[in-house]
Design a protein around this ligand. Structure first.
Ligand code: ADP
Length: 355
């Protein structure tokens, strides 16, 4: 037979065990959980709530909900829960240092005979940001595809309306149609490539790559375009240098950077590719003597579809996706890409790859 005392202490242990379990579960939850007493003072907060709402090391317990979260509809909802037992669902936006959005569920809960209220805070900031990015991407794609498509339709119509027999212009019109179709083709190829990389389906297969070799191959594929604008392509890389990288992906990175360096250069300019080893990094730089990029554009050129000069770059066949692809591919290697530029003097893009 157990004594009454033993039973009491077992019961107490049981109670504290279930409380510990409850606390552990609440602390593991990603949602913030706050409980307030009948006077809307906080009596319990889990770890997520403390991380979100507490300033530095302050404890939330004992504070009024209105001191901790400045949002009138939220206070009212907590008040109605403790006063008339009403539940509520609301969306709350908090602008502290950063903007955060929450889906909040508030419900009354009776503790020790008194009506308290429990609030569950589900942080939707990240989901909303992703949704916005996705929508922007879709609207950009539609816009980018519509421009060449409109041109194609217009020139087909012109040909149908009689220009097909116009010996002087019919081939020129066909040329415009072809160029715009090629633009759409390039755009779709880049979009597919980017979405493949972003979905995490591209893996990096690292080998020792002889860099000077690879650079010469890229130069060869771009040489016609460079020659047409009298731009010299220079490789400053020792023939013996090799670095660990995925050859196909590094080719793609260099092709994009060198192609831009030619496209945004001036007649008679040059493009120089160089390699520097710094600590455990290989720094591959592509430097041009082109028009340069102003500071306002510089921070945004790695964004999808961002172009410093929309009209002109479309004309010379840019999709606005090349640098976004370069950035992703550099990061897949565990590296990074950066740019320095001086307006009127040229730009230098540097790809950092871990050795
Ligand atoms: P695009 O297909 O337009 O070249 P990118 O993503 O490769 O798209 O480049 C984005 C924008 O960055 C370009 O439209 C251009 O405005 C700018 N840019 C990229 N490389 C250079 C460069 N070497 N010199 C000047 N501007 C550049």
């Amino acid at each position: 037979m157990k004594t009454a005392e033993e039973i009491d202490s077992m019961a107490a242990a049981g109670v504290s065990m279930s409380r510990a379990m409850l606390e552990a579960m609440l602390d593991a939850a990603r949602e913030g959980v706050l409980v307030v007493d009948p006077s809307t003072r906080i009596t319990a907060a889990n770890r997520a709530a403390a991380a979100t709402f507490a300033r530095r090391d302050e404890t939330l317990a004992g504070k009024r909900i209105s001191e901790v979260i400045r949002n009138a509809p939220l206070h009212e909802a907590f008040q109605r829960a403790v006063q008339i037992g009403a539940s509520a669902d609301l969306r709350v936006e908090l602008t502290d240092t950063e903007k955060h959005s929450f889906d909040v569920h508030i419900a009354p809960i009776v503790i020790d005979g008194a009506v308290h209220a429990i609030g569950l805070f589900y942080d939707t900031t990240q989901i909303e940001r992703l949704e916005r990015v996705r929508q922007e991407f879709l609207s950009n794609i539609s816009h980018e595809l519509r421009t060449p498509l409109t041109a194609i339709l217009a020139f087909v119509e012109t040909l149908e309306d009689g220009a097909i027999d116009d010996k002087e212009n019919n081939r020129r019109f066909l040329g415009v149609i072809r160029r715009n179709a090629e633009r759409m083709h390039a755009l779709i190829a880049d979009i597919l490539e980017l979405s493949l990389i972003e979905s995490g389906k591209v893996s990096i297969d690292t080998k020792q790559v002889t860099l000077s070799h690879l650079v010469q191959e890229v130069f060869a594929s771009i040489s016609a375009k460079a020659k047409a604008n009298s731009i010299s392509l220079v490789s400053d890389i020792d023939a013996a240098e090799s670095i660990p990288a995925d050859p196909t992906r590094l080719d793609q990175i260099l092709t994009n950077l060198i192609d831009n360096a030619v496209k945004f250069n001036r007649p008679g300019g040059s493009v120089t590719v160089a390699l520097e080893r710094r600590g455990d990094l290989a720094l591959i730089s592509v430097t041009d003597t082109g028009e340069g990029i102003s500071a306002e554009h510089l921070q945004r050129i790695f964004e999808r579809f961002y172009r410093a000069d929309r009209g002109r770059t479309r004309e010379i066949g840019g999709t606005g996706l090349g640098l976004a692809i370069v950035k992703h591919l550099a990061r897949l290697h565990g590296g990074e890409v950066s740019v320095r530029s001086e307006l009127g003097r040229g730009s230098a893009f540097t790809v950092e790859l871990p050795l």
